[in-house]
Design a protein around this ligand. Structure first.
Ligand code: ZN
Length: 514
């Protein structure tokens, strides 16, 4: 809808005009800034405390008062009709940096109540960050942005195409220097993607030395680990980084993505609890789906798609080939939406051969265009593991999605948890779930004035109906809007209203310690 003026602002303007009619055209500037009173809501404040009914007043982008409030002159009033008002959700692992500058409405995020996304994930970040922040400042989005500095990005800058080896001491020193530059620009820490090029070729000492720079700057380290969801031992690396550097560390999108690992959540969580007892500040984020999205090569640690045995191993113990679906395949775009098994049948070859052929075609195209040519969704997790990992007290919610994305997590992660795991299955209560989307996440990220409803906090808020909130996105229709998300405000401006993204673009860059 074009030129939509949020109703609250319309009311505020009307009130100002009523009050000011005798004082001429300049009166609006001399009045105190308009305030917004959201009345008659259940406030779930993000701390995990029980919700309570009341009202919230917003002024100058922040929450001014919380409690039993009455309308004052100058208040625009919104009747919350007894719905839940929560802090805007924070997505701790987002790929919105791929498309936020082109899609400032960030519909996938705001439509599920997200008001802040954290990008620069899996070792890849916009470089230099200062340029990205400047561009976002020129064309801000509906949502706020924070970013990590990516290890793979730093490696690319320093090592270029000669990356299939350990870094030299000089190269490491240069990466540290670039990391300091990115932290000075406002990066909130270091991210690694140790299953991807070129981080996969780094050793522990390199990652540790870089994480130490992040720690020395008072920031943190997060990691898409070397073997994402496949070995308990893979966690030792991030635990050691937390131990040695003293920085908070977070496991990205915690999961078990191999059949042989299913059911081991208790062992994994025991290991994490032991680390926390030792004083290591380790946490995790998670998205609530049994399938992940990445590229074909992530399945082959040796990157050799001609190695039939490695391909067969990648396909069998990890997931069922009929659960591997292409969401991008530039050499033959008609394969998008098809499974590996369907493509193999069309080519009259077995699944392993089909994978080898498709990988060769994708790599050849990447070599000619320089851009990744494939993406896959693979079903390889199980519900019982997700429920246990989500329930761990130090797990916060994320999407791991972009804004334009073929995985339904981009549109549905947060609302799926509120609908399915809270209302339908009772795995978490509403306050716990909101905490995992707001206050807990803010603590993991070092945000001091977001993720909570209290006086003085930034007025990032979501109003939703706990009886109807839920996800609708599926792999076949990944951009279906969630239900039950009624209104979303960022810094006090309404950005989403009953299925419609407004024209407001109040998104801010959130920088470390600022
Ligand atoms: Zn990842």
């Amino acid at each position: 809808m074009k030129n939509r003026i949020p109703i609250a602002i319309t009311i505020a303007i009307a009130l100002l005009q009523t009050i000011s009619c005798s004082r001429g055209a300049h009166i609006a500037e001399t009045q105190p800034a308009a305030s917004l009173l959201i009345q008659n809501v259940i406030v779930i404040d993000g701390t995990g405390s029980p919700g309570s009914s009341g009202d919230v007043r917003i002024r100058n982008q922040r929450i001014e008062a919380v409690g039993q409030l009455t309308a004052e002159a100058g208040d625009a009033v919104v009747d919350g009709n007894g719905m839940v008002l929560a802090p805007g959700f924070i997505d701790s692992h987002s790929h919105a940096d791929d498309d936020i500058l082109q899609h400032s409405n960030a519909r996938a995020a705001v439509s599920q109540g997200i008001t802040t996304v954290v990008v620069g994930q899996d070792g890849f970040s916009p470089y230099p960050l200062a340029d990205f922040y400047a561009a976002f400042g020129k064309t801000p989005g509906t949502i706020n942005i924070a970013s990590y500095a990516g290890h793979n990005t730093l490696r690319d800058e320093v090592m270029g195409k000669d990356f299939k080896r350990h870094a030299t001491a000089e190269e490491l020193a240069r990466m540290q220097q670039l990391l300091r530059q990115e932290l000075a620009s406002g990066a909130i820490g270091l991210s690694s993607g140790l299953e991807y090029d070129s981080g996969i070729y780094s050793d522990h000492a390199e990652v540790l030395a870089l994480a130490q720079v992040a720690a020395d700057a008072g920031t943190r380290y997060i990691s898409h680990m070397r073997c994402d969801g496949c070995e308990l031992e893979t966690i030792d690396e991030i635990i050691n980084i937390g131990r040695v550097t003293g920085a908070p560390v977070q496991i990205s999108h915690i999961k078990f993505a191999m059949k042989s690992m299913w059911g081991q959540a208790p062992q994994l969580l025991a290991k994490l609890d032991t680390a926390r007892k030792e004083g290591i500040d380790i946490s995790a984020d998670i998205y609530p789906y049994e399938y992940w999205q990445s590229n074909m090569m992530v399945l082959l640690p040796n990157r050799d798609y001609n190695d039939r045995e490695a391909v067969a191993y990648a396909l069998d113990p990890q997931f069922l080939p009929e659960g591997l679906r292409f969401t991008k395949f530039d050499p033959q775009p008609e394969y998008v939406g098809k499974t590996l098994t369907e493509i193999a049948a069309a080519r009259k070859v077995d699944d392993v051969t089909a994978f080898m052929q498709l990988a060769a075609e994708s790599v050849a195209m990447k070599q000619s265009t320089g851009a990744g040519a494939d993406a896959i969704i693979a079903t390889s997790m199980i519900e019982d593991d997700i429920r246990q990992l989500l329930s761990w007290p130090e797990t916060n919610v994320c999407t791991d999605g972009g804004l334009i994305d073929l995985h339904p997590r981009s549109h549905g992660s947060f609302t799926k948890i509120l609908g399915r795991y809270v209302r339908d299955e009772g795995l978490l209560n509403l306050e716990q779930a909101v905490h995992k989307m707001t206050g807990l996440t803010a603590r993991h990220l070092g945000f001091s004035d977001r993720g909570v409803i209290r006086e003085g906090a930034v007025a990032d808020l979501v109003l939703f109906d706990p009886a109807t909130v839920g996800d609708r996105a599926t792999p076949d229709a990944p951009d279906l809007l969630s239900t039950g998300i009624l209104s979303v405000w960022v810094a006090g401006q309404k950005v989403y209203d009953n299925g419609v993204v407004t024209d407001a673009r109040p998104g801010q860059v959130i920088k470390e310690n600022l």
